[in-house]
Structure formats: C-alpha cells, structure tokens
Write a protein that binds this ligand. Sequence first.
Ligand code: ADP
Ligand code: MG
Length: 345
Amino acid sequence: MSRNNSHKFIIISLILLVSLTCLYLWHIRKTGVSDDFFAMDTIMSLQAYGKDADKAVSEAREAILGLDAALSVTNKDSSVYRLNSTGSCSLNEDLQYLLERSIQIQEMTGGAFNICIYPIMKEWGFTEKNYKVPEEAVILELCKLVNGSKITIDTTADSVSLSEDAMIDLGGIAKGYASMKARDILKAHGINSALINLGGNVCAVGKKPDGSPFSIAIKDPEPDDTGENTFTGVLKVSDKCVITSGGYERYFEEDGVTYHHIIDPSTGYPAASGLKSVTVVSDDPTLADALSTAVYVMGKDRAVGLWRTMRDRFDLVLLSDTGQLYITEGLKDCFSSKLEYYIIE
Ligand code: ADP
Ligand code: MG
C-alpha cells in the first residue's frame, strides 16, 4: 500500500469507528439497555437510557445480587443467617441502615412492621415453601417472642445482637433498599432516565427519554376473565417509587382457606385488615417497601392516620377487600383508573 493509500485507509477506518460509536450511543439513548434477572425470589428488570447505561445496569445488577446473598435468611453464608443462628454478627453499612430503618418504621407503624417476624414466617413454612397451618398455641408463644424481641446495634464494636431466640427477616424491606442502591448507582453513572422494577417494586429515575413521565400500572389482584381490567390503576410519575404489597402475591390453601405471607405481628396470623392491595408512592423506596407491608397489616383507618402525620413523605393507593378504591390527595393529578375511586384528604 502506498503512503497515500494507507492514510486514506486510516481516515476511513476512523470515520467508520466514530460513526458506529455514535450510532451505538444513539441506539442506547433511544431504546435503552435492559437486563432481566432473578434475585430475592422474584424477577427483576432494569432499564436505563444514556451513554453509560450498559455499565451502570450491570453494576446495579451486581449490587442487587450482592445484597440478595448478604440478606437472605436461607443462605448459610449470609450475615442475616449468621445473626439468626448465632444471635450476633458484624455490622456493615447495608445491614446497619436496614436495621435502623426497620426499627424506626416498626415504631412509626405501632409494630405492624416488625422484622423479628421470622420465627412466625418459618412456622407457617413461608421461608422454605413447606407451608402448613401451625397450632394455635405455638403461634401464641411465637407472638410473645416476636413482640418482645430486641435488636441491639453496637456501632462502636460494629456488631449487632438479638435477644434470645429472636430471628429477623428483611423480606419486607430488602427490595426497597435494593432499588435505592440501584438508583444511586445509575445516578452516579449520570443516568437520568431509568426504570427499576424489582418484582413489583418499581422506581422511576427521572422521566422517559421523550420527556414524558413513566406510566406505572398497579396490578389488579383479581383480573377478570376478559383480560381487560388487568390493572387497578395507572400512575404517571417521574422520580418516584411505586411499591405494592398484597396477600395475592404469595399464599397457600388448606381446607379451602387461603393463607398469605404478610403476617400481623399482633396475632401471628396472615393480616386480615380489610385491604386487598396496598400501593405506597414515595421518593424513598426503603420506606415505601416497609410501609406497603405495614399498611397491609394496619388497614385503611390506621394507615390514613399515619399518612396524615407525614403526608409529605408518601402517598397511598388502597384497594379494599370489597373492591373500594382510595387514593391519598397527593396522587390526584397522576392517578387514573377505570374504577370509581375516593380521594382521601
Ligand atoms: P413481597 O415480598 O411479596 O413484595 P412485601 O414487601 O409485602 O411483599 O413483603 C412480604 C415479606 O415481608 C414476607 O415474605 C416476610 O418476609 C416479611 N413480612 C411479613 N409480614 C411482616 C411484618 N408484619 N413485618 C415485617 N416484615 C414482614
Ligand atoms: Mg414490603
């Protein structure tokens, strides 16, 4: 190749390289990068738009998988497993944050949220999917244990300990925290448009690439046969998390009775507060996840009482067992539904 030709070759190659890179970046900005995987016992999906989306999404996925491994009650190598089996373990940033928030939310919800619920979850077989209806006397004893349990955090020694026989389960708050971590990672990579969906725990980062808000549908717990009314409602949001809990998510049947996985710590039985589904909308996914579980236990009136004391921190969509739909005032401009609904002020 002559000198002239080799120059031409280099220039054409460079132009091609730059064009392909631009095309790739344009493609990512427009269609985004998405990743679906299984963690924390559910299907998760991350979708991000922006220059660094590829790297950001894979980092977020790794962080979620790491949290899953560290917080699982069944993984023998996890901190939580160690804490439950020996009564103490060393603290790390994630565990400390989760424990402190859990204790705070337990107080805020009058004990409706209580991570010391684990012995009762285990007795019902929800942890290992070996479901059974426990003896009433056993439940009564376990309730005393759950409600009397203490978690002692020692930040000087960087350790946490549990009172005798106590065991914790972060299943009601871990996904919310994982979505907060994922959101932080995406933002650190400069992503300002993304959707994080951790098995129904949905967080919108910014707006959609076209500048419109994300539409997040709330699943109908009992969709009709026509397949038409599959959503209770739709929320149009940006920079908000929408987290739903309901007894229809995990349950078993025995002798024609359905038993689900959200337990009322005051009775030891699946919560029966008159609600079918609870959605919490908040900037704070850790709070929203724990509250969605707690409000399902508390029922509408207690939940509304709590909302009135901190209405700037979260909003609610509540579907009652009898099909009545309620939203709190903060959602009135972003919620829509085919069903009639009441606005709580
Ligand atoms: P999902 O995990 O199906 O999204 P939730 O966020 O409502 O639903 O969490 C349910 C999980 O929370 C249960 O599987 C259990 O691990 C835990 N849990 C159940 N009842 C309580 C409770 N009263 N307080 C705290 N955690 C609970
Ligand atoms: Mg929850």
